[in-house]
Design a protein around this ligand. Structure first.
Ligand code: SF4
Length: 332
């Protein structure tokens, strides 16, 4: 199947007073049309930087040092801000964690939805406002004709996130990037928003990149998972492969550190001991080496590549390197 989005060897760094932080270190992954993929990992692993890089919404101190971001085969890395403005909202929509900071507090909600439609679809203000009413209805906001004339502070947290979804999907983008879209919401509202996202995705066939640290959400919503650690992709695979047979020691630790529905009640959660490496001076070998219970001598100085494990699953760990597997086969 063709790829809607393909990220190839993407490297992003930030200039700081202490030096250059290598936030994203040569990641590659893809998203197929209609697919929902999750990017998971601890805070600071590069998930949100990846999302902002795809949208080209990085702060001025950040730099894309290498790589390609191909949207339907077109590389976004060299696109100018003017060209990106045509792509943002129209071809790629985005939902952020905190809708209050993303919505304009001084502009009526209806206009905020209509604005994108007027800019990208070249339609009149009245037509755009009519579509805004339809969008509010689609995302489950009652009395949309009245609500379009209200300001964000007149909406609850869950309703504001619904408005954000309406804005993000108004122009029917091919790709929606949702960065921790439910983290700021309470659990029942979280479930409603996720259900809504899934429903809309099924109706419109939009692809979604969901950035989250909540593995329960991933199991519920996603088709495939990209696991990031210290700015690198350490494992990818289908949700089933990752949850039933995680191959990278970091993915295994991540799963063991979070509660799951299928867990035995007496089973204890195991926190991941230690902290991720300092990305001002990333390690030469495997980034997970100091925290890994299965580390070997080769891991300290040699960085493993992402190698095939099974099906759609790939893992960047010496335990799954083809040479190691060959040696093991020869031994048996
Ligand atoms: Fe652990 Fe080595 Fe695999 Fe890294 S490469 S995760 S240190 S076994």
């Amino acid at each position: 199947m063709e790829k809607l989005l393909e990220i190839k060897n993407l490297q992003v760094s930030f200039k700081t007073y202490g030096g250059e932080v290598q936030a994203v270190r040569g990641i590659s992954f893809h998203v197929k049309p209609g697919e929902i993929i999750a990017i998971v990992g601890e805070s600071g692993c590069g998930k949100s930087v990846t999302a902002k890089t795809i949208m080209k919404l990085l702060p001025p101190q950040a730099m894309i040092q290498n790589g390609e971001i191909l949207l339907n085969g077109v590389n976004l890395v060299n696109k100018k801000e003017k060209e990106m403005q045509k792509i943002r909202g129209n071809e790629i929509g985005m939902i952020f964690q905190d809708p209050m900071t993303s919505l304009n507090p001084t502009t009526k909600v209806g206009y905020q939805i209509a604005e994108g439609l007027m800019n990208h679809k070249n339609i009149s203000k009245q037509e755009a406002l009519n579509q805004a009413i339809k969008m509010l209805e689609t995302v489950g906001i009652p009395l949309p004709e009245k609500r379009i004339n209200q300001y964000p502070h007149e909406f609850s947290g869950g309703m504001r996130q619904r408005v954000m979804i309406a804005i993000a999907l108004a122009c029917q983008p091919k790709l929606l990037i949702a960065d921790e879209p439910t983290t700021a919401l309470d659990v029942t509202i979280q479930a409603q928003i996720l259900k809504l996202m899934k429903q809309l995705q099924e109706q419109t066939d939009t692809s979604i990149i969901l950035i989250t640290h909540d593995l329960g959400v991933v199991a519920e919503l996603c088709d495939r998972v990209v696991v990031m650690y210290a700015g690198q992709v350490v494992e990818t695979g289908s949700v089933n492969e990752i949850f039933t047979n995680p191959s990278h020691p970091y993915t295994q630790s991540l799963l063991n550190s979070m509660p799951r529905l299928d867990m035995d009640r007496r089973e204890k959660l195991k926190p991941i001991i230690g902290t991720p490496p300092d990305l001002l001076d990333p390690p030469k070998g495997c980034s997970f080496f100091p925290r890994c219970e299965r580390a070997m001598r080769v891991c300290k100085d040699h960085s493993p590549t992402l190698d095939f494990v099974q099906g759609a699953q790939h893992s960047a760990c010496w335990l799954h390197h083809p040479i190691k597997k060959k040696l093991e086969k020869a031994k048996n």
